[in-house]
Design a protein around this ligand. Structure first.
Ligand code: NAP
Length: 316
């Protein structure tokens, strides 16, 4: 495993991040309660055994925070793990909840569900360009001062909004956003799967990728395996949001490369994200120990610039 650094967090952060949303997928959540809990604990144990110490969850991921927190307490490893959670998700009707009072309410609900007194990286789950970001940043900074959050960040924010928020933080002497979580994978989506979701993939995001390269802001790439587009059989969901001719050809090239190098297609797709010349952490979800080990094995696959270009475009 390789580890990276996120300003504000005084622990190494594994470059493969366990995707906590999968802890509530149908395959796991339909199991009887005891087996469900056991499956989750086995997966989490395997993750840490393999060197993955960072775990992504969110207020809106059902039971995920509670399950993760129970495991951390049972294993007594709070000081070793990096807990990433998110709040201020829009409400069920799609109305924005990006406001100071929601920051505090969601943070405290997450701390309670996790059974911990701090979160290592706390992300605002979605943006609302109409929201008063100064009030939100000020509130987040109060929670940092109180020791309830180590580092703050944003998920699904444009790079322009992150730059504006950090300029505002700088001018007021507040802690800035230290990381961003957006979608990024070898396959580009056809459209955002959820309103307001942000990707770094595709031609239209060239200037965003350039901004991240220049600013060196850590990127926590979610759905880094395009939510199953590289799996066999492919889910209907992945086919809907990633099923294009361009992506199919990318998957064919990933298959060829995997075959020639005796690795798996998923490892090629993850290595594409991890080898990208940005400060990337790959957030990946799975429900079996075998897939988890396979994903973590991708860390040792290094792709050079030419191979990255070929996988993406087919051009040598
Ligand atoms: N910030 C945000 O707005 C946001 C949005 C979406 C997701 N996320 C985070 O990102 C995490 C990962 O994203 P995701 O779960 O949407 O998608 P993902 O990690 O791109 O893909 C998950 C899919 O890939 C399959 N898979 C994983 N490893 C595999 C392997 N080695 N071989 C074959 N198939 C493999 C999984 O299989 P099985 O599950 O069937 O085993 C699952 O179907 C989530 O869990 C969540 O924590 C954040």
């Amino acid at each position: 495993m390789e580890y990276g650094k996120v300003a504000g967090i005084d622990k190494p952060v594994s470059r493969i991040v366990f995707g906590g949303d999968r802890l509530r997928t149908r395959r796991v959540s339909q199991l009887p309660a005891r087996r469900r809990e056991r499956r989750a604990l086995e997966l989490l144990d395997r993750a840490i055994e393999l060197g993955c110490n960072a775990f992504d969850t969110a207020r809106v991921y059902g039971d995920s925070e509670r399950t993760l927190g129970a495991w951390i307490r049972r294993r007594r490893i709070r000081d070793e793990v990096v807990v990433i959670s998110k709040g201020c998700h829009p409400d069920g009707a799609g109305y924005s909840r990006l406001a100071a009072q929601h920051v505090s309410a969601d943070l405290h609900a997450s701390l309670k569900a996790l059974g911990t007194d701090y979160i290592d990286l706390y992300l605002l789950h979605y943006d609302d360009p109409a929201a008063r970001i100064e009030a939100v940043l000020e509130r987040l900074n109060r929670h940092v001062e109180a020791g309830e959050i180590a580092a703050i960040g944003a998920s699904n924010w444009s790079h322009q909004r992150i730059a504006a928020a950090n300029a505002a933080a700088l001018s007021r002497g507040w802690k800035p956003l230290r990381a961003s979580s957006v979608q990024f994978s070898l396959a580009d989506w056809t459209r955002p799967p959820w309103p307001g979701a942000v990707t770094l993939g595709g031609d239209s995001e060239h200037s965003a990728r350039q901004w991240y390269a220049e600013s060196d802001l850590p990127v926590f790439a979610w759905s880094s395996l395009a939510r199953g587009f590289f799996s066999q059989p492919m889910s209907e969901w992945a086919a809907t949001y990633f099923g294009t001719e361009t992506n199919n050809r990318r998957r064919e090239r990933a298959r060829d490369f995997a075959h020639d190098n005796h690795i798996t297609v998923a490892q090629v797709a993850l290595a594409y994200v991890l080898s990208h010349p940005l400060r990337v952490f790959a957030v990946v979800g799975c429900t079996t120990e075998q897939k988890l080990a396979d994903d973590i094995g991708a860390m040792s696959v290094k792709l050079d610039e030419q191979t990255l270009h070929w996988l993406s475009t087919g051009q040598r």
